[in-house]
Each structure stands twice: as structure tokens, then as C-alpha cells.
Design a protein around this ligand. Structure first.
Ligand code: F3S
Length: 64
């Protein structure tokens, strides 16, 4: 599983980082989320899905 951020859509709400800091970091200058890991480890899949669902801008997507 892979998660991607649409940086044009991300508005820096940081809910993704709050839900799964192992996976998301925020560029403090741009206020955009970046994915830290190329693939989502199985133990983080649940929180990755939650982050995708809870982003207010729908800027995150999951791919198998
Ligand atoms: Fe951006 Fe959504 Fe996270 S707006 S910072 S991807 S919660």
C-alpha cells in the first residue's frame, strides 16, 4: 500500500501528521504534508486509512 499527497490540494491542516506521525511530516515553510515512507508498513495501514478519510481537503489517496 502506498499513500500520496496532492500538494496542490493540501492546505496544511496537519491532521494526517497528528493521526500518523510515522508516515506524514509537514514542511513548515510551505505548510504541505509529505509522505515519509515509500510504502505503508502493515502496522500503519489502519491509521493511514484514517488519515486519508479525515483530511478536510481530501488531499490524500491510497493505492494498492
Ligand atoms: Fe494536508 Fe490534509 Fe494533512 S490538508 S496537512 S494532507 S490533513
Amino acid at each position: 500500500m502506498k499513500v500520496t499527497v496532492d500538494t496542490a490540494t493540501c492546505q496544511g491542516h496537519a491532521r494526517c501528521r497528528a493521526i500518523c506521525p510515522e508516515l506524514f511530516e509537514l514542511d513548515e515553510l510551505e505548510q504541505k504534508s509529505h509522505v515519509k515512507l515509500a510504502t505503508v508498513p502493515p502496522e500503519l495501514e489502519g491509521r493511514a486509512k484514517r488519515a486519508v478519510n479525515e483530511c478536510p481537503e481530501s488531499a490524500l489517496s491510497l493505492d494498492r
